[in-house]
Design a binder for this molecule. Sequence first.
Ligand SMILES: Nc1ncnc2c1ncn2[C@@H]1O[C@H](COP(=O)(O)OP(=O)(O)OP(=O)(O)O)[C@@H](O)[C@H]1O
Length: 360
Amino acid sequence: MLEVSLRHRLGAFALEAAFAAPPGVTVLFGPSGSGKSSILAAVAGLLRPAAGRVALDGAPLTDTARGVFLPPERRRCATVFQEGRLFPHLSVASNLRYGLRRAPRGAAGPGFAEVVALLGLEALLERRPARLSGGEKQRVALGRALLARPRLLLLDEPLAALDAPRRQEVLPFLEALRDRAGLPMLYVTHALDEADRLADTLVLLEAGQVRAAGPLAALTARTDLPLLAARRDAGVVLPCHVAAQDPAAGLTLLDFPGGRLRVSWREAPLGQPLRLRVRARDVAVALPGVALSGVLSTGNALPATLRAVERRGDAECFLRLAVGESTLLARVTREAVARLGLRPGQAVVALVSAVSAGQG
Ligand SMILES: Nc1ncnc2c1ncn2[C@@H]1O[C@H](COP(=O)(O)OP(=O)(O)OP(=O)(O)O)[C@@H](O)[C@H]1O
């Protein structure tokens, strides 16, 4: 568990942030200038806060009240930046071995071959960084960081410099790292799709302050956080797994705690866990009792209970829907709420578009 509590001023900017990061990936998410990189720098020991405490598994790295400030090299935090910062004159293998040399004697962690396999670096070992794609460079940077056997991995927008296909190429490796390396990660991004894919815990930052923090699915189901709820892609992230494939129909069937969703075909083996962002604007509701299957294009009609109707501006509402153990949000007009006579407690049918579900 990483505990962070900081107070610091940078010019006109005031950082006053506190949060706890349980094991797993904690994503710091917020607009440009909200203080994400400053927090990472404070955890790494590159920024000495005016007041505050940073502790890893109970051991303080910074504690201004007690005069504790470990220098960066004694914190055992490895950082991966936007640009991999590899040594251009060294091969991939030598760059990786540099990480290994920085590992403290006796520190537990994965070995060279294990890291190479985890990040798919086998074919790249003899190359120099100049002959790597942006995505490959980032995978090597991740490997070098891992081999230093850190206790905490800090990632400062590691995909921000990559184009969309390269980002998609690296994301599965970051997922593998999360699932297999057993290393806590603090991950800075302003790309929500990265948070969707990687976060166990989400920390929302705005103007140097933590607006909210908690498990990803719980935070995306909240409608009181403009950083998430005011977006065009506002919606709930559901944990799913691949239940069936129907290539002839171009559909993938995903099970989530509450039912089954048909979505556009995606290449994935049966049983594979994945997260699905179901955007509120892609969810509609109907009253039950009408035979819908022959007349609708949405593809998914799930029995649901309307839990709440929440105003959103003058013309729209969020509907909070309970679908089994899960929550979905629907964005509808106030006119629709009145026309259908929607009231909390009512049984409805949630209609979810099969095409857009999960596009992130
Ligand atoms: N050395 C400094 N002196 C003065 N102001 C600074 C300094 N470093 C950062 N700031 C200011 O602190 C604020 C937070 O910066 P920070 O880089 O932590 O934000 P961020 O959320 O990581 O932004 P981005 O996503 O653009 O990287 C910004 O307004 C920035 O201009």
